[in-house]
Design a protein around this ligand. Structure first.
Ligand code: SIN
Length: 482
């Protein structure tokens, strides 16, 4: 493992463990090798982190917004300074191709730059009163101590997307990274300290068992806000836990993105963006194209070109030159993806490319070939449950109305995509698709400047954009008779 990797937890301002204490292994998904033993925090560390956050909160919240912003922007610059080291660490623990990991470091830094600037734009207002003797003020105030539970698929960018917003708003944050990928979050924590984030304002708390962590933080009335990225199943449990102290939540949950291709679309662009959307991080993103809906008159041509592009994507260890599809995160992910393929084939789908495991350096266990399935029924597993792997089912439609109905026929509502040259149709789709994010002729819409989040069972709350900061603010109404 890289010597520079931090394996201690950041508890308040203090680095603790793992020497002599509880530790848990982190595995390289490409090889199965243990790459680090990381501090396994428990209730004592979680309490200490929240104590430190509460102690540091008043000074941080009163600090001029420009100063908070400058620290965040410095943190982002440090990520870029260490881009190569961070990218290598990410590929090591998460498996994504190194080029994508470099891209994620830049993506992570962009949130710190954005929120560093937004800190100065947190504004209140004065409202006209009904009577002459009153002045009505609306003051945005930081909500208080916050907690982030971050996912393994974007181990760095989801930390900065949450912490950047919280710290800009004046809130402390304790981050619990995913068990599979704590090293990127710990490295980010070390750079936050270097950038000048005060002790207690950011903690990073790896733990091998997330369940007691969740129970503990929702049992602590001092935690006023929890931001979670992960499965819908876990999100629903957190909604239940949040009732105890009426903790505010942001939930970025599962997705099942439809990718609509109309006959009037630029097919080259549609194919290229569909490949980019579907196979980013090996299909392990919440916004990946999950059902590809193509107007029947161009279906055969689209499927031919798309399958050819997918089949050409090199599969392998994320460190190998040119690799576009790395390993899946664990054995359960592989089993789920293969079960979806088998189910689609049992339902009559044709395998246009891929369909199974690929051998890489004598190992097959985590490497799944980019797979395109044509003629999949809308009731098959891959059209119902999230895939989180490199499997692309293609379905046909005959009209705009049918495409919209198929696209919205899911409990999820995170991202949707539509490719068409008809501006009127583009606008109709932007309004009719029941999703938090709609990419029109754009397979990769996510960016720091815009709100990211879902509707329906994909969750609520927004990250990024000016909306991201609001998640950590409360509007205090002051009625003043001067
Ligand atoms: C996610 O899939 O969880 C995040 C994807 C993104 O930010 O683009």
């Amino acid at each position: 493992m890289s010597e520079a990797a931090e394996t201690r937890a950041l508890v308040g301002g203090t680095w603790t463990g793992p020497d002599g204490g509880r530790r848990f292994p982190v595995e390289n998904p490409a090889t199965g090798e243990t790459i680090a033993l990381v501090a396994d925090t428990g209730p004592a560390e979680w309490r200490a982190a929240l104590d430190a956050a509460e102690a540091a909160f008043p000074a941080w919240r009163e600090r001029p917004a420009g100063e908070r912003g400058a620290i965040l922007r410095r943190w982002g610059e440090l990520l870029l300074r260490d881009r190569e080291r961070l990218a290598r660490l990410m590929t090591l623990e998460q498996g994504k191709p190194l080029a994508e990991a470099r891209g994620e470091v830049a993506y992570a830094a962009s949130f710190l730059e954005w929120f560093g600037e937004e800190a100065r734009r947190i504004e209140g207002s004065v409202r006209p009163a009904a009577t002459a003797d009153k002045r009505l003020l609306v003051l945005p105030r930081p909500i208080g101590t916050s907690v982030a539970i971050t996912p393994w698929n974007f181990p760095l960018a989801m930390v900065t997307r949450k912490a950047g917003a919280a710290l800009a708003a004046g809130c402390p944050m304790a981050v619990k990274p995913a068990e599979a990928t704590p090293l990127s979050a710990l490295a980010a924590g070390a750079l936050a300290v270097e950038a000048g984030v005060p002790a207690g304002i950011l903690s990073v708390l790896p733990t091998a068992d997330p369940v007691p962590f969740g129970t503990a933080i929702f049992a602590d009335a001092r935690v006023r806000k929890v931001s979670f990225t992960g499965s819908t199943e876990v999100g629903k449990i957190l909604i239940g836990l949040s009732a105890r102290h009426v903790t505010r939540l942001s939930l970025e949950l599962g997705g099942h993105a439809p990718f609509l291709v109309f006959a009037d679309a630029d097919l080259d662009r549609a194919v290229a963006d569909c490949v980019a959307s579907k196979f980013r991080n090996g299909g392990q993103t919440c916004v990946c194209a999950n059902r590809i809906l193509v107007e029947r008159s161009v279906l055969a041509e689209f499927a031919r070109r798309f399958a050819a592009a997918a089949a050409a994507l090199p599969v392998g260890d994320g460190f190998a030159e040119g690799v576009r599809i790395g390993p899946l995160i664990d054995d359960a992910a592989v089993a789920k993806v293969l079960a979806q393929v088998a189910d689609a084939v049992a339902g009559g789908a044709e395998v246009a490319c891929g369909g199974g495991l690929v051998e890489v350096a004598g190992r097959t266990r985590r490497f799944v070939a980019p797979t395109v399935l044509v003629g999949v029924g809308p009731d098959r597993l891959c059209c119902r449950e999230e895939t989180f792997g490199p499997v692309a089912p293609i379905l046909g439609f005959d009209s705009e109305a049918e495409a919209i109905a198929l696209a919205n026929d899911t409990p999820y509502g995170l991202a949707a995509y539509a490719f068409t040259r008809d501006a009127g149709r583009a606008f109709r789709l932007a309004e009719a698709l029941d999703y938090g994010i709609v990419g029109i002729n754009d397979g990769l819409p996510a960016t720091a400047q815009a709100p990211f989040g879902g509707v329906k069972e994909s969750g609520f709350g927004r990250e990024g954009g000016r909306e991201g900061v609001r998640e950590y603010l409360v509007e205090r109404f002051v009625s003043w008779r001067p």
